[in-house]
Design a protein around this ligand. Sequence first.
Ligand SMILES: Cc1cc2nc3c(=O)[nH]c(=O)nc-3n(C[C@H](O)[C@H](O)[C@H](O)COP(=O)(O)OP(=O)(O)OC[C@H]3O[C@@H](n4cnc5c(N)ncnc54)[C@H](O)[C@@H]3O)c2cc1C
Length: 340
Amino acid sequence: MKIAVVGIGVAGAYLMNRLSDDHDNRIVGFERTPQNQHDAVCAWATCENVMAGLSKNCGLDFDSYVLHDGKHMRVDLGEKGGVDIRLKGMVSYDKLRLIQDMIRGTEIRFGRAPRKEELEPDFDIIIDATGFHRNYLPRIENEMWIPCVQYKVRYAAGKEPFDDFYLRSFPSMSGYFWYFPLGNGYAHIGAGDFMKKHNSFVDEFLKRHECEVMKKVGRPVRLTPPASCEPFTDGRKSVGVGESIGTVYPLLGEGIIPSTWCAELFVRHMHDLQAYRQAVIERFRIYSLVFRFIQLKISGKFSLAKHGMEMLKLYRHMKSEEDRYGMQVKMSDMLKVSMN
Ligand SMILES: Cc1cc2nc3c(=O)[nH]c(=O)nc-3n(C[C@H](O)[C@H](O)[C@H](O)COP(=O)(O)OP(=O)(O)OC[C@H]3O[C@@H](n4cnc5c(N)ncnc54)[C@H](O)[C@@H]3O)c2cc1C
């Protein structure tokens, strides 16, 4: 089978690695950025308990990519105080190097963003792993995304503002500011805000804490969950994998693990796209509930009396999967953050 993988982010890189194992397939990757500018636009935080297994599927040892092993995360609520969350596997890692190692030895055409019509005559399947762009699939009606900005910075020794993960939650959970250490004085600092105050918050932080700016990036993150990102195919040869079909945990804007999981579901079901669709809907079912919770919060319509059961379900889900989220989950913390 001839397969085109368009977009070499986490999902595309994982697919290139896993699909290339089958020598009956010919896999060609396409990435719009030139090879020397290929980047992984993201804050690089994830949970090593899950990524260890996914990396192992690709013959790689996740431990060797870890940059900072988190112990605690402060969630700052401004005048309302904050909460300290004990971490159980949350790390920052060299996401770009892991992607580069996943695609080693595979055939990728960098600096190419081919039109679907160019690929259709030559390939049996075209995988849309273009993330937020979703270039090869029908547009989604009324979708929700959050604009983000991020800087990679370096602090002089002893001048780092924090020594571990730090978040500042914005009112009504419209977004948050993040500071994620990358080791050796480096950090990703950035923010996403539905109310579009992210740039001013980050600018102020940069003024307050002297640092060297290495790089600035920005792009939106899709929050609409898979169940509302259908169709996953264009009815011809294209099929979506990863953030292109909404695999981002909406409460955290966390897409590395869900998008890699989605790629693994594709590997398992690539010969039966109905089964792939069903597996994606099943795996990410809870994301629709979480998305509704976020929508209610942002629109100011959330009421504990009315929507308490939904919040309880969300809490139970995260509590039962502490190892997956890489943090201790407490009801008191969740209540405090969500009442902000
Ligand atoms: C600022 C920011 C910080 C984030 N931080 C985190 C975090 O710390 N932890 C976490 O889990 N998630 C985070 N996320 C979300 C996470 O990065 C994404 O959800 C995840 O990377 C999605 O993976 P993907 O492979 O589906 O898409 P992407 O990683 O977006 O990859 C898509 C690739 O496709 C390429 N491309 C796009 N269009 C075309 C085209 N037409 N032709 C060819 N190539 C194309 C792009 O250049 C890119 O390389 C963050 C997102 C942002 C924006």
